[in-house]
Write a protein that binds this ligand. Sequence first.
Ligand SMILES: [Zn+2]
Length: 86
Amino acid sequence: MLEIPCPWCGLRNENEFICGGEAQRKRPADPDRETDEAWADYLYNNANPKGVVTEWWWHVSGCTLWFKIDRNTLTHEITPIEELPE
Ligand SMILES: [Zn+2]
């Protein structure tokens, strides 16, 4: 079980969170102009690289805020990101 460091609530059990996926993915500016395949690729496919990945996490059972962390996909080592969402 992972312990996720929420910037507002501190270290909490991962079952309080939902992972929002890789933070580097950019939402298409005009989704209506995307093909169904491109839109499905944006919604459901992650690069899932080995190593450190910046991810969005939602503290759904806590403060309900979104934030980013760096997580190593091989070791699950988590590094908080000091930058708070706008
Ligand atoms: Zn929180």
